[in-house]
Design a protein around this ligand. Structure first.
Ligand SMILES: C[S@@+](CC[C@H](N)C(=O)[O-])C[C@H]1O[C@@H](n2cnc3c(N)ncnc32)[C@H](O)[C@@H]1O
Length: 225
């Protein structure tokens, strides 16, 4: 059985194409969950923080403000179009000098071991096939310092015992049949994160139009990675 890969070229072309309208399409629905995730992550003055799949930079701005001039923010995103929007947002906010952006597909994460105090991802993990999620979380563990934090916001499977909404069913069907249009699907982020050697510390369940979403905070579990 082969390893499941992300179709990086298709994903890049998709996000390049929608980069200039992405905020208009998605921000109204995703904003509150992303903010909740940032509150959980609680970025602090002087920290070094990485965002994977930074998109148009909606989270880069509050992250860069929180770490201040003594800290730094790095980001990786596969779409040059999204990165152009993010760079403009950072310049407009006067924060360009404390943020380092790279364009490329993660994993790998092109930074040394223990480089970051925290890693943040919102609405990105659920775009990736299961094998790639495992690789990305292993890389995340590697680049986090001991005691570092991982913050994830993602579409989620329905909580145990709760039936799926009609919209969740529809979403999964669309993802199965038209993955180039509906590129994400609900995932069990807590289980994936635990399997990758993290201890989830806080999990907040939310929803967007009946689609379950979680914001979670995790730390590397003690022991070998
Ligand atoms: C749904 S958008 C979310 C953007 C942002 N995190 C937010 O909350 O608005 C997903 C982003 O992940 C990026 N992406 C998808 N696959 C990626 C990969 N393998 N490596 C890095 N970025 C990726 C896309 O280009 C896109 O900008």
């Amino acid at each position: 059985m082969g390893t499941e890969r992300q179709d990086v070229e298709a994903a890049r072309a998709f996000y390049d194409r929608i980069s200039r309208v992405y905020d208009a399409i998605s921000d109204a629905s995703e904003h509150a969950s992303r903010e909740r995730g940032l509150e959980l992550l609680a970025p602090a003055e002087g920290e070094q923080i990485l965002e994977v799949g930074f998109g148009t930079g909606q989270a880069l701005v509050p992250l860069a403000r929180a770490v201040g001039s003594a800290g730094g923010v790095s980001g990786i995103d596969l779409s040059e179009g999204m990165a152009m929007v993010a760079r403009r947002r950072l310049e407009d906010a006067g924060l360009g000098d404390r943020v380092e952006l790279r364009v490329g597909a993660a994993p790998p994460l092109p930074w040394p071991d223990s480089r970051f105090d925290a890693v943040s991802m919102s609405f990105t993990l659920e775009l990736l096939p299961d094998d790639v999620i495992r690789e990305l979380l292993a890389e995340t563990r590697r680049v986090l310092r001991p005691g570092g934090r991982l913050g994830v916001v993602s579409m989620a499977v329905s909580p145990r015992g709760k039936p799926e909404s009609v919209l969740t069913h529809t979403y999964k069907w669309l993802h199965r049949h038209f993955p180039h249009i509906v590129d994400c699907r609900p995932i069990d982020a807590s289980a994936g994160i635990r399997a990758a050697g993290f201890d989830p510390r806080q999990v907040i369940e939310m929803s967007i139009w009946t689609l379950p979403v979680v914001a979670l905070l995790a730390v590397p579990a003690p022991g070998p990675s």
